[in-house]
Ligand binder design. Structure first.
Ligand code: ADP
Length: 614
């Protein structure tokens, strides 16, 4: 045991240690290639170090020849892995120089493996002549092989020169373009390694220097350079972790201030992570594992389909996830939640993660519900008041069939008194009575439908039918006011999606307003026209025009405001309610003055799904 047998293994151990560290980082973190290539080069240098030690301790020819060929091969592998490392680590370099390295080295290495050449004749020596024992300081000694140098040994040295040029060029290029420190530190250390290692090997090969090969020693600066870089990476990582922690604290603060719960759904593994607040909101325990099926079990059965559709749509298309649904809590209560999320895809575009937040919106929903109830009460009140305006016309409408029934009944009595009774005539009279009764019944039915307090219930319906119903109600009022009421609905109008009572209410309100306006002109010119037409492929437009004085410009912008009225006995809520009702069905309502006389009020309604062209 002397200083030589201790120091070479120490160099090998240093290479192995850093190699293992780089290997473990490379296996678990991206980018992998530079770390793994560097680990491979460090392991190869550890082998080189072992072979250098073996060569200096042997004076057996067969062993020397075997170790020499191993060493030459290991050096070749080390050259190529370092070249590849620089290529991926600095992400630059000249291709032709990189390719020259393995080509030139293989041309020299081939001499070690020529099948016809005698043993000992290889890359370094043409022929081997013997060993010489060299004494050195500290009482240590080593063997040096001697022989006639092979002139083709120039190839591996050219490979080393190509390598130096390649690394120096790549480092300088990166340094110039980005000023990155690693270009100087790592690139410089590798250039130094090849310069010193190559020069020292050349001097030993030519017999100028009486030392063992010390290629592995020259690698030590590379180890130091990589350790510095690793250290810098670790420090940067620690700094980043600090920044992330700070951000996380900010995020937590923001979430708790906004009362948001956070969640992440790992789509591949079907597992959902939920923050403490999110678990509280859904009624999950702290340790309960959550997947898609568990989440759906906690969603209210009536809302499962919409929630599922929102998720599927988001997965299929690149859109954000937005859903509002009720959650069933373990104690039987329900809670309204609003969820927003964003999808994250992998490199191939496949959905990977869905991240988002949930918010308890029960309070807002409660207020909305109350507001909706108030609105429907107001709409009801407005209908009742509208019917009040109709009262006299309607009593007239009802008195007609009732009077006819009375007269017919009296006539029937008379016919029955005949001897023999005129049964045929009585039958005709009874048919008339039935017809009049049905007429009166249908007026009462329509009124009852309008006056009943009920909830919003949209369905597919025909605008023409509803127009006919409303016209039947308004007809007697219009004739008593001497206003011509014309209904013009295009035949075969597609069905719209709407609540029938709401639609009738809006139509009645617009028609009554139009008749009010028309009444202010001469009786002969009083006219109200209601037209219904298709508008584009997805809507129907209804227009109520009158021959009145039109809308004063200063009122145009205020017509739909609540309590805006220019009438002495007006409440000013008809148009504002009409707007609420139409917008609730997904339509729009507006007013304009006609080019000639009067004004036109228009509204649109979306077509029912079944009526849309496919
Ligand atoms: P009200 O009929 O009780 O006044 P509305 O909300 O139905 O309440 O109407 C508000 C106002 O809009 C009316 O007072 C009137 O000034 C104006 N208006 C409505 N329809 C017409 C119309 N066809 N022509 C001119 N002005 C109209």
């Amino acid at each position: 045991m002397n200083w030589m047998t201790i120091t070479w293994p120490m160099v090998a151990a240093a290479c192995l240690t850093l190699g293992l560290i780089e290997l473990s980082i490379g296996l678990s973190h991206h980018p992998r290639a530079p770390r793994l290539l560097f680990a491979l080069s460090a392991f190869t240098v550890a082998c080189v170090s072992g072979l250098e030690l073996a060569l200096m301790r042997t004076d057996v020819f067969a062993e020397w020849w075997l170790f020499t060929r191993f060493l030459d091969t290991a050096v070749g592998i080390m050259l190529v892995t370092l070249m590849a490392f620089i290529w991926v680590y600095l992400r630059t370099g000249r291709k032709w120089l990189a390719l020259a390295v393995p080509c030139l080295y293989v041309m020299g290495l081939a001499f070690d493996f020529l099948p016809w050449a005698p043993p000992g004749s290889g890359m370094t020596y043409q022929s081997f002549s013997g060993f010489r024992l060299v004494e050195t300081f500290g009482g240590a000694s080593f063997y040096v092989a001697e022989g006639i140098p092979n002139p083709w040994n120039v190839f591996p040295y050219l490979a080393v020169l190509a390598q130096i040029a390649f690394v120096a060029d790549a480092s300088a290029k990166l340094r110039r373009s980005t000023g990155e420190r690693r270009a100087t530190v790592v690139g410089g250390a590798i250039v130094f390694f090849f310069l010193c290692g190559g020069l020292q090997a050349a001097l030993v090969d030519t017999g100028v220097l009486d030392t063992p090969y010390m290629i592995s020693w020259a690698y030590l600066p590379v180890l130091v350079a990589m350790s510095i870089e690793l250290n810098a990476d670790v420090l940067a990582g620690a700094r980043l972790a600090g920044v992330l922690q700070e951000r996380e604290r900010h995020m937590d603060l923001a979430c708790s201030a906004a009362d948001l719960g956070m969640w992440t759904w790992d789509i591949g593994r079907d597992s959902i992570w939920a923050s403490r607040r999110a678990r509280e909101l859904f009624g999950y325990s702290a340790s309960e594992s959550i997947d898609r099926a568990r989440f759906f079990r906690s969603v209210h059965p009536e809302d499962r389909e919409v929630t599922d559709r929102a998720i599927e749509e988001m997965l299929a298309r690149d859109m954000g996830y937005e859903a509002e649904y009720r959650v069933l809590l373990p104690d039987g209560r329900t809670r309204w939640m609003a969820a927003r999320g964003q999808i994250e895809r992998d490199g191939s575009g496949k959905p990977k993660l869905l991240r988002g937040v949930v918010l308890d919106i029960s309070a807002r929903r409660g207020t909305e519900l109350e507001l909706q109830q108030l609105r429907s009460q107001l709409a009801h009140a407005s209908r009742v008041s509208m019917m009040g305006q109709f009262a006299s016309a309607l009593s007239h409408e009802l008195s007609q069939p009732l009077g006819a029934i009375l007269r017919n009944a009296e006539a029937a009595e008379l016919f029955l008194e005949h001897d023999p009774p005129d049964i045929e005539e009585v039958r005709v009279i009874l048919a008339d009575i039935r017809h009049d009764d049905q007429r009166a019944g249908s007026v009462i039915d329509r009124l009852r439908a309008l006056l009943k307090r009920r909830n919003f219930a949209p369905r597919a319906l025909s605008v023409s039918d509803e127009l006919a119903n409303v016209a039947a109600l308004a007809r007697s009022d219009s004739s008593s006011r001497k206003v011509r009421l014309e209904i013009d609905a295009a035949p075969d109008l597609p069905a719209v999606m709407c609540d029938p009572v709401h639609l009738q209410q809006v139509l009645l309100n617009l028609i009554i307003n139009a008749m009010d306006a028309a009444e202010s002109v001469q009786a002969a010119r009083r006219r109200v026209t209601v037209r219904a037409r298709s508008r584009g492929a997805s809507e129907i437009e209804v227009a109520v025009s009158d021959s009145g004085p039109g809308i004063p410009p200063e009122s145009l912008g205020r017509l739909f405001e609540p309590f805006f009225s220019t009438k002495a006995d007006g409440m000013g809520i008809g148009l504002s309610i009409s707007r609420t009702l139409i917008e609730a069905q997904g339509g729009r309502i507006w007013a304009e003055n006609n080019a000639g006389e009067g004004a036109t009020f228009r509204f649109t309604l979306p077509l029912a799904e079944s009526a849309k062209p496919s």
